[in-house]
Design a protein around this ligand. Structure first.
Ligand code: AMP
Ligand code: MG
Length: 487
C-alpha cells in the first residue's frame, strides 16, 4: 500500500503532447478541508486508507500539494451539446493528474475537478462548488454500488474561498477516478478540426492502454473492436440507468466516456415517483435528456462517435456495430428488470410483467424504489404500503396475481425469493432531497451527514439502524423537481 507521496502516476496521455492538451499546475486551496474520503477507492488504487489522516491528503484534494510523479495536464476535447456542435471545449476546470494501475489490474485516471483556470476555461472561473461536487461524489458511489459502471471519487475538499454562481457558494475540489477521461468528444475534436493524424494517435493510445487484445491487429481492425465495445458498454450502462431510475441530466457527447462509465452527470436525479418524462435539468426545457429519452440519446451519441472515427473505422463496421445497439440495450434491460422482480433469468413473461409493473407505477405516480422494495413483503398479498402507493387496487391485485403465479414456477420458497428480491432492490439511494440535506449541512461545516450518506450509498441493500427515513418516499415538502445546471 502506497503512501501519498509514492503514488506511482504515469503520464501516457500527457506524453501525447501539446496537440492533446496542456501541462498545467492546479491553482490550489491552501485552506482545503477534507469533507469526505473513500477508503474503497483508496484500496483500489493501492493507497493506504490511513493516509486520509495526514494533512497532505486535504491539500492534495485541494490541489495545493501533489505527489512528485504527477504531471497535471488539461485535456482538449469538443462535443455536441444539446445537439449543437461546440468545436472547442476541453478541461476548463479540471486536470488529469496521471494514470495508475488498480489492484484489479486495470488502468485508471485520477483527475482533479475544480482546479482553476486553464486555456479552455472560456468565460468560466475554473472552479467547482460544494453542492455539485458533493452530488458527483455521492452519485458515482451509488451507481457503482448498484452495479452500474461509473466514475468514482477518492475524496473531496472544501475551501472558504467563495465562488460565484446564482449566489455565492463555497469552492470545492473533487479527486475523481475514471477508467479514462477520454470522451466521445475527444475523438470529435480531432476529426472535426481536420487533425486525422492526431485522431489516429489517440485511437492507438486507447487501444494500447485499454484493449491489449488488439495487439497485432491493424488500426482499422482495432477501431472496429473498440467501437463495438463502445456500443455494447454504452447500451449496458444506459440499461443500468433505466433500471435504477437514474437521469444523467447532461448527456452531451463530451460527457460520454468511451469506456461506458457514467461520467460528468451534472444535474442528475434518481427518480422518486416513476415518471418516464422526468427531466431534472432546468436548462433543458425541451426535455432532450429526459429519463425516457436516454436510450435514444445514447444511440445518437454513438453515431457521433462513429462519424468521428471514420474512415479509420470502416463504414460497414460502424453500421454493423450500431445495428446491435437496440438488441444489446433490450437484453440488458430485460435482464435487470427480471432480477428486480425476482426471476432468475429473463423471459417473455418476466418482460411483460416488468412493463405492466412500470405502467402501474407511472399511472399511479408511485415511488419507484419504494414499490420495488415492498415486493419482498408481498408474498401472500400486496403489502399495505404498496397499496397506499398504487391507488388502483384492482389493477394492483391483478398484476400481483400474475406475478406470483409466474414466480411460483421457480419452485423457490418465499424466504429464498424474498432475500433474492432484497439483494437487488435498494433501500437507500441519494434522492434529491437527501443530497440537499447533506449539502445544507456541509455548507454550514457539518460533514457528518455526507459521510452517513456515503455509507448508505455504498451499502444500499441491507437495513441500516436509524436510517429508515432515508428509505421512504419523500414527504411532499421534500420533493425536488428541478436542479440547476450550474456547477
Ligand atoms: P460540464 O457541463 O461540467 O460538463 O462542462 C462543459 C464544459 O464547460 C467543459 O469544457 C468544462 O470544462 C467547462 N466548464 C464548466 N464549468 C466551468 C467553470 N466553472 N470554469 C471553466 N470551465 C468550465
Ligand atoms: Mg463535462
Amino acid at each position: 500500500m502506497h503512501r501519498l507521496e509514492s503514488l506511482p502516476f504515469t503520464s501516457h496521455y500527457a506524453s501525447l503532447g501539446a496537440d492533446f492538451g496542456a501541462r498545467l499546475d492546479p491553482d490550489g486551496y491552501e485552506d482545503a478541508r477534507l469533507v469526505a474520503f473513500n477508503p474503497d477507492v483508496a484500496r483500489l488504487i493501492g493507497l493506504d486508507p490511513n493516509q486520509a489522516e495526514r494533512s497532505e491528503m486535504a491539500l492534495f484534494c485541494g490541489g495545493a500539494w501533489l505527489p512528485t510523479s504527477s504531471q497535471p495536464f488539461a485535456q482538449v476535447y469538443a462535443g455536441h451539446q444539446f445537439g449543437g456542435w461546440s468545436w472547442r471545449l476541453g478541461d476548463g476546470r479540471g486536470l488529469l493528474l496521471g494514470e495508475l494501475t488498480g489492484s484489479d489490474g486495470r488502468g485508471y485516471d485520477l483527475h482533479l475537478k475544480g482546479a482553476g483556470l486553464t486555456p479552455w476555461s472560456r468565460m468560466g472561473d475554473g472552479r467547482a462548488v460544494l453542492r455539485s461536487t458533493l452530488r458527483e461524489f455521492i452519485g458515482g458511489e451509488a451507481l457503482a454500488a448498484l452495479g452500474i459502471p461509473s466514475t468514482r471519487s477518492l475524496a473531496f475538499a472544501v475551501s472558504s474561498q467563495p465562488v460565484q454562481r446564482e449566489s455565492v457558494e463555497p469552492g470545492a475540489m473533487l479527486l475523481r477516478l475514471a477508467r479514462t477521461h477520454i470522451r466521445f468528444g475527444s475523438f470529435e475534436y480531432f476529426t472535426h478540426n481536420q487533425m486525422p493524424e492526431q485522431r489516429d494517435r489517440l485511437l492507438s493510445h486507447v487501444l494500447e492502454r485499454h484493449f491489449p487484445e488488439t495487439v497485432g491487429l491493424s488500426l482499422a481492425e482495432g477501431a472496429a473492436h473498440f467501437f463495438r465495445h463502445a456500443v455494447a458498454s454504452t447500451a449496458q450502462m444506459i440499461a443500468g440507468w433505466q433500471s435504477v431510475g437514474f437521469v444523467h441530466g447532461v448527456m452531451n457527447t463530451d460527457n460520454m466516456s468511451i469506456l461506458g462509465e457514467s461520467f460528468d452527470f451534472g444535474p442528475y436525479a434518481f427518480l422518486d415517483a416513476y415518471d418516464p418524462e422526468a427531466c431534472p435539468n432546468h436548462s433543458d426545457p425541451q426535455g432532450r435528456y429526459r429519463f425516457s429519452n436516454q436510450p435514444a440519446v445514447g444511440f445518437w451519441n454513438l453515431k457521433c462517435l462513429a462519424a468521428a472515427l471514420l474512415p479509420t473505422l470502416a463504414k460497414d463496421d460502424a453500421i454493423a456495430a450500431l445495428e446491435d445497439y437496440a438488441t444489446l440495450y433490450q437484453v440488458a434491460w430485460e435482464t435487470r428488470f427480471a432480477a428486480r422482480l425476482g426471476f432468475r433469468r429473463p423471459s417473455e413473461l418476466s418482460t411483460s410483467l416488468a412493463q405492466a409493473w412500470l405502467s402501474l407505477l407511472t399511472q399511479n405516480r408511485a415511488d419507484f424504489h419504494f414499490c420495488f422494495r415492498r415486493l419482498s413483503l408481498s408474498s401472500s398479498a400486496p403489502d399495505p404500503e404498496l397499496q397506499d402507493q398504487i391507488a388502483d387496487s384492482v389493477a394492483l391485485e391483478s398484476w400481483w396475481q400474475d406475478w406470483r403465479q409466474a414466480l411460483s414456477a421457480s419452485g423457490d420458497d418465499d424466504e429464498t425469493l424474498n432475500s433474492r428480491l432484497d439483494a437487488v432492490n435498494p433501500l437507500y439511494l441519494p434522492r434529491s432531497w437527501i443530497l440537499q440535506e447533506a449539502i445544507d449541512a456541509a455548507s454550514s461545516g457539518d460533514f457528518r451527514p455526507v459521510r452517513d450518506l456515503l455509507h448508505r450509498s455504498q451499502n444500499p441493500y441491507a437495513e441500516i439502524p436509524g436510517a429508515a427515513v432515508y428509505s421512504r418516499p419523500p414527504a411532499p415538502s421534500q420533493a425536488c423537481s428541478e436542479l440547476s445546471c450550474s456547477s
